[in-house]
Write a protein that binds this ligand. Structure first.
Ligand SMILES: *[C@@H]1O[C@H](CO)[C@@H](O)[C@H](O)[C@H]1NC(C)=O
Ligand SMILES: *[C@@H]1O[C@H](CO)[C@@H](O)[C@H](O)[C@H]1NC(C)=O
Ligand SMILES: *[C@@H]1O[C@H](CO)[C@@H](O)[C@H](O)[C@H]1NC(C)=O
Ligand SMILES: *[C@@H]1O[C@H](CO)[C@@H](O)[C@H](O)[C@H]1NC(C)=O
Ligand SMILES: *[C@@H]1O[C@H](CO)[C@@H](O)[C@H](O)[C@H]1NC(C)=O
Ligand SMILES: *[C@@H]1O[C@H](CO)[C@@H](O)[C@H](O)[C@H]1NC(C)=O
Ligand SMILES: *[C@@H]1O[C@H](CO)[C@@H](O)[C@H](O)[C@H]1NC(C)=O
Length: 391
């Protein structure tokens, strides 16, 4: 009888076993004491939930339900026992409205195999911006979301806003995907770069909207194999490689493709910027393709005498060699007469700069045509190039 029972239940039993093995463990942060009230600190609860997920040998899901969760600061650190942790964040993670002086707010470090879905992070950086605006002595501020020393991380449909400093930073990492992000901060908030990447490879940023007070996307030193596609920027300072050569050390930027981007009312469009310091380095294999400019101050710009504010400029010649840069199919309007500016290093002139299918008009003054400016640059142009190329 017992045997009969067992055999008839065996398939069900096996199925159940199978199922528990396959389904991910799921942890709701409420069961770790998180409070969706926006004022009690949920950082300890999130860290406890992370500890569970990270310690699991099988894939794990962390669930943040709807509501406002105050997180003073949190470092989610690996290495973890599994390489598939998912965060389903339906609610909003809010920062402390008073600034702390820390350099990072939410950080993922030493993590491999992580995905974050539909989260909203509101860093509430207003009090630090006010401090800076009043010229008081203020800390630099913290980056809202940092991915560091990690591999295979996906941020899908996340919103990051009002960071004190950079909004999203990716560093010392490989295989990072940002898709469908919305990144915003007021136009007058200082240093609020949208997405900053350095010392990383195989990073892709796609289908995102970025409106900030500084660079939309900035790619610093040590970036290779980077793809940026389907991006809407503005206001802000545009899409930049750099700034580079601000401090000693070799600079390497290689194989970056930026395509299908729309820039509206930004200070720059597609830019490469280096300080005029003698520090060595190179930038090569860069493609900027399919860009629409709407009233952009410097739609196409290579600036090797970068020195914002023109104070304490190094005033030397950049040691960074820029070569192999293609600008293809860039059209729209420039807010200044010089729509194409290629201002390269005296000691390391740019080479292999190519302009093709460019159509930029100056919309500030009907009687003045858009112009190009070239200094220390070698390259060629083909197809329609308006303003006429100076290469
Ligand atoms: C990347 O991580 C995801 C889970 O987030 C996992 O399913 C996938 O297998 C990982 N890919 C690699 C190449 O490790
Ligand atoms: C802060 O300093 C800047 C530049 O030095 C100046 O333009 C601005 O007016 C100052 N702001 C205040 C509130 O003092
Ligand atoms: C682009 O991102 C938005 C916002 O996350 C999303 O709604 C939309 O489906 C995405 N589009 C594509 C083609 O992935
Ligand atoms: C450039 O990077 C892309 C990934 O963004 C990669 O697929 C491609 O193979 C790389 N090309 C070279 C020449 O390294
Ligand atoms: C960049 O991509 C190329 C081609 O896929 C590969 O050979 C190279 O190792 C990659 N570089 C890095 C730093 O990932
Ligand atoms: C920069 O250097 C050049 C020559 O080296 C010099 O003529 C010029 O006055 C310098 N400018 C400043 C602002 O120091
Ligand atoms: C270039 O842009 C101007 C103004 O936007 C437009 O009128 C003109 O037709 C464009 N030329 C070509 C060849 O596309």
């Amino acid at each position: 009888m017992a045997l009969q029972l067992l055999t008839s239940f065996l398939p069900l039993l096996l199925l159940l076993l199978c199922f528990t093995n396959l389904t991910m463990a799921a942890y709701n942060i409420l069961s770790f004491g998180a409070k969706p009230d926006g004022w009690r600190d949920s950082a300890p609860a999130l860290l406890a939930a992370w500890g569970k997920a990270c310690g699991d040998k099988k894939p794990a899901t962390l669930v943040v339900p709807k509501g406002y969760f105050l997180v003073s600061r949190a470092l989610f650190q690996g290495p973890c026992k599994n390489n598939n942790i998912r965060w389903l964040i339906h609610g909003t993670i809010v920062g402390d409205s008073a600034y702390s002086g820390a350099s990072e707010w939410i950080t993922f470090k030493y993590v491999e195999g992580l995905s974050l879905y539909s989260a909203t992070f509101d860093a509430r950086g207003q009090s630090l911006w006010s401090c800076k605006a009043a010229n008081r002595s203020c800390p630099t501020g913290s980056t809202a979301l940092t991915i560091s020393q990690s591999k295979n991380v996906t941020l899908s449909g996340v919103t990051v806003k009002n960071s004190e400093n950079f909004q999203i930073a990716i560093m010392f990492s490989q295989g990072i995907r940002v898709e469908g992000a919305t990144v915003t901060a007021p136009v007058d908030s200082p240093n609020t770069d949208g997405i900053h990447v350095h010392m990383s490879s195989l990073v892709s940023i796609t289908n995102s909207t970025i409106r900030t007070g500084d660079d939309c996307i900035s790619l610093g030193t040590g970036v290779t194999n980077i793809s940026v596609q389907d991006i809407r920027c503005g206001p802000g300072h545009g899409i930049s490689i750099g700034s580079l050569g601000g401090s000693p050390g070799d600079t390497i930027v290689q194989n970056v493709t930026v395509s299908s981007v729309i820039l509206t009312g930004t200070q720059n469009g597609l830019r490469i910027k280096t300080w005029a310091n003698p520090y060595d380095g190179f930038v090569s294999g860069i493609v900027f393709r399919h860009a629409i400019m709407n009233n952009v101050q410097n739609p196409i710009i290579i600036d090797q005498n970068y020195c914002p504010g023109n104070a304490n400029c190094p005033n030397q010649s950049s040691g960074i060699k820029i070569s192999g840069v293609l600008f293809e199919d860039v059209k729209g309007s420039s807010a200044t007469a010089v729509a194409v500016k290629l201002d390269c290093s005296r000691s390391n002139p740019c080479s292999g700069i190519e302009l093709t299918s460019i159509n930029l008009s100056y919309n500030g003054n009907k009687r003045r045509m858009a112009e190009s400016f070239c200094r220390n640059v070698e390259g060629r142009s083909s197809g329609l190039v308006n303003p006429p190329s100076c290469l």
